[in-house]
Design a protein around this ligand. Sequence first.
Ligand code: COA
Length: 176
Amino acid sequence: MFEIRRLAAAEVLERKQEFEWLLKDAVEVGGTVGFMLPMTEDKLDRYWSGVARDLEAGERELLAAIEHGKVIGAFQIAYEKAESVSHRADLQKLMVHSSEQRRGVARALLVDALERMPALGVAMYTITTMTGGGSEALVRSLLFTRFGVMPHYGLTPDGKLHDASMHYISRPAVEE
Ligand SMILES: CC(C)(COP(=O)(O)OP(=O)(O)OC[C@H]1O[C@@H](n2cnc3c(N)ncnc32)[C@H](O)[C@@H]1OP(=O)(O)O)[C@@H](O)C(=O)NCCC(=O)NCCS
């Protein structure tokens, strides 16, 4: 069985190959996590080095699903920088390796992020998902509210425009 852990920058760097393996797979199976094909070594290296820097700077949190000592899924909580919206954080880069999907790993990562809201001092999360995708079904099942759909929001890894759905959840809803 997997466990969910919050990782610090040093452990992300120690496990960088595992995170690169995870992200490469997510993009190659068509996941909408901000990248286009091909996933080069350089893109993978720069991305995870940047995440480690953000963790060190306290700008985001990284949750990892770990099984048999290896990362099989990950999720990030990015704090908003402006003072006036510091009660919000954006949930980003939900990914589970294709060999480990439909076992409840993504659900466990999201539930963990929701449970951490008070400890992180966050009153509201936002998340953007590909409209009609698996992650949208998941967040809606966890009582996130969809507040809009943006047509042609982004590109899939193979270059097709897709719509995106914006959702939020606030702490009172989580604590009900
Ligand atoms: C989306 C993703 C994170 C789901 O991970 P997962 O661990 O397989 O998800 P879970 O097993 O926790 O699924 C929970 C629920 O989400 C929904 N769901 C997940 N994947 C789905 C899919 N491919 N199609 C339809 N519904 C899906 C289902 O309601 C599922 O419940 P069920 O298995 O009881 O039917 C995974 O497919 C992934 O990493 N995709 C590539 C990256 C990506 O696109 N991430 C989305 C960024 S917003």
